[in-house]
Design a protein around this ligand. Sequence first.
Ligand code: ZN
Length: 137
Amino acid sequence: MKLTHIEHIGIAVNNIEESVKYYEDILGLKCYAIEEVKDQKVKTAFFMLGQTKIELLESTDPEGPIGKFVAKKGEGVHHLAFAVEGIEGALEELSNKGVQLVDQKPRKGAEGLDIAFLHPKSTGGVLTELCENKNKS
Ligand code: ZN
């Protein structure tokens, strides 16, 4: 399995517009995309920093994964996403090594990436996402 870099850090927020202000006005980053991912019941906002993105996640449904997370733990870091080459092979390898997968197969995430989550029980408590951008060569 080949991880290449930290693709993004996912941060759960109550209100994406309010949070974007902090990242733009205080930290001086620029939000380059806001996108709703209906499948995940979230609205996302993205900032680029080097090769790594910050992905803000606001729930659009209290019963969705981010809605439940925020209700339980409040705002904060939600997941860590690694860029990987060959996501299918990586999932197979991880599964063979006993890592519990949330997604057995990759699915489409924000920005058209192929993504899959690993269960935090198997990753030292860190909800971990693998991402592969098959659109860019
Ligand atoms: Zn993510």
